[in-house]
Design a protein around this ligand. Structure first.
Ligand code: PLP
Length: 428
């Protein structure tokens, strides 16, 4: 299934006529005194329980890595080879081009950008911070924390639209070809946050082969949801590193992933993969920053999974928990809003979010109405740089954390809020 991309219109003439009914429905909703939360893209406790055995691993007396080294000690900067092997297979990258590090891929992304600012990357003429201006291309809607990194570090952001096949590649190509200040592009290639789209092979090829005005242009390929399928249709991520090398731009792609939504969100393992030149650049700075990562955590994860198939099997258990929640979100939206013409929404095959486009100018109002009815939604604008959705129309729903019955109740309430906000806009 593909994410929808049409703009909803408040054309339904009878909507304004329903205003009184919708106000009554909303008053009933408020009277229920709900306290529900669809803001957090976190795993539920039931999902975390799937990995409970990790807490007893590797176990006292079990601390020797496959190569004979003692995981309790310093060293092993690249991370434990047995764990890197498992994730190299899953991410489709060579083991020696994959680093296993700390608990957060976001940290690795932040470090990459900071190191680029301080030192430049391979191919840079000077540190990025010595350029008059640095620009990143930000597909929208997108991941708020990518935009926060740019905002904090003074990197200008320009937006391009998302499509069902990933970022609008022609729009990206035009910006990257013309503007030497464009040094970066954020991409979530698989089950994107928030619209669930998957970068097609054609889009991946275009992004890695397009001419760039900046010789040190980089794609931040954040494959956070590489194995996070919600259906039996398991999307395969385009192999960006191979494609970039084939296209003659081996250093263009910086790949990130983690087990945050595989094992424990706070105590997982993060990965970085790239060309040999980028990996050695990153490792050089990493070695100043740390003597080595938490290899006991690496060993615990390697033992827990056994092999790549172990990860795939584990993800099927997540799917069993998550698929009914996502189905509930989509079913309720279909049922309540299906023929209203006031919203479009995605039907993700994986990842953690459902993206809803409401009547332009009403997203913030929907969030406010929901809040006043006891349903917390991610603030409108969160999926755009500087928290500014120019059309005030995108909502990000995160159904993973609450129990299924709460997801249902919350979504029914959200549907009422979307309809009421649309009716108010039409009537005014
Ligand atoms: N990348 C994307 C696209 C995400 O949605 C998230 C979490 O929501 C992260 C990265 C965070 O990953 P980590 O926990 O490895 O820092």
């Amino acid at each position: 299934s593909t994410p929808s991309s049409t703009t909803p219109s408040a054309g339904a003439a009878d909507l304004a006529a329903r205003l009184d009914d919708l106000r009554r429905a909303y008053a009933d909703l408020q009277a229920r005194g709900l306290k529900l939360d669809l803001t957090r893209g976190k795993p539920s406790a039931e999902q975390l329980d799937l990995s409970e055995a990790l807490l007893a691993l590797p176990g006292a007396g079990t601390h020797t890595a496959e190569d004979g080294s003692d995981t309790r000690n310093y060293g092993g900067l690249a991370g434990l080879p047995e764990l890197r092997r498992i994730f190299a297979e899953l991410l489709g990258v060579p083991v020696d081009q994959l680093l296993a590090q700390g608990n957060a891929s976001l940290t690795l992304m932040y470090d990459t950008v900071v190191q680029a600012l301080l030192f430049g990357v391979p191919g840079s003429e000077r540190p990025w911070s010595r350029e008059e201006q640095i620009t990143f291309v930000c597909p929208v809607p997108g991941y708020d924390r990518h935009f926060a990194i740019c905002e904090e570090l003074g990197i200008r952001m320009v937006t391009v639209p998302m499509t069902p096949d990933g970022p609008d590649a022609e729009a990206v190509a035009a910006l990257v070809a013309d503007d030497p200040t464009v040094k970066g592009l954020w991409v979530v290639p698989t089950y994107a946050n928030p619209d669930g789209s998957v970068v097609s092979e054609a889009v991946a090829r275009r992004l890695v082969s397009m001419p760039a005005a900046a010789p040190d242009f980089r794609i931040f390929w954040d494959n956070a949801y590489a194995v996070h399928h919600l259906t039996e249709h398991e999307a395969k991520s385009a192999n960006a590193l191979d494609l970039a090398a084939e296209a003659g731009h081996p250093d263009r792609v910086l790949m990130y992933a983690s087990t945050s939504k595989i094992t424990f969100a706070g105590s997982g393992v993060a990965f970085f993969a790239s060309s040999p030149a980028n990996v050695s650049w990153f490792t050089k700075h990493l070695g100043i920053r740390s003597i080595g990562p938490d290899k006991i955590n690496h060993l615990r994860h390697a033992t827990f999974f056994g092999d790549a198939e172990g990860v795939r099997n584990h993800m099927r258990k997540h799917r069993e928990i998550l698929a009914p929640k996502f189905r509930a979100v989509v079913d309720i939206l279909d049922e309540r809003l299906g023929d209203s013409g006031v919203a479009t929404w995605t039907r993700p095959d994986g990842g953690y979010f459902v993206s809803v486009d409401v009547v332009p100018g009403t997203a913030a109002r929907v969030v406010q109405l929901a809040k006043e009815a006891g349903i917390a939604l991610t603030p409108a604008g969160a999926t755009f740089p500087y928290h500014q959705d120019p059309d005030d129309r995108n909502l990000r729903l995160a159904p993973t954390m609450p129990p299924l019955d709460e997801v249902r109740v919350a979504m029914d309430g959200v549907a009422t809020c979307i309809l009421l906000a649309a009716a108010e806009a039409t009537a005014s």
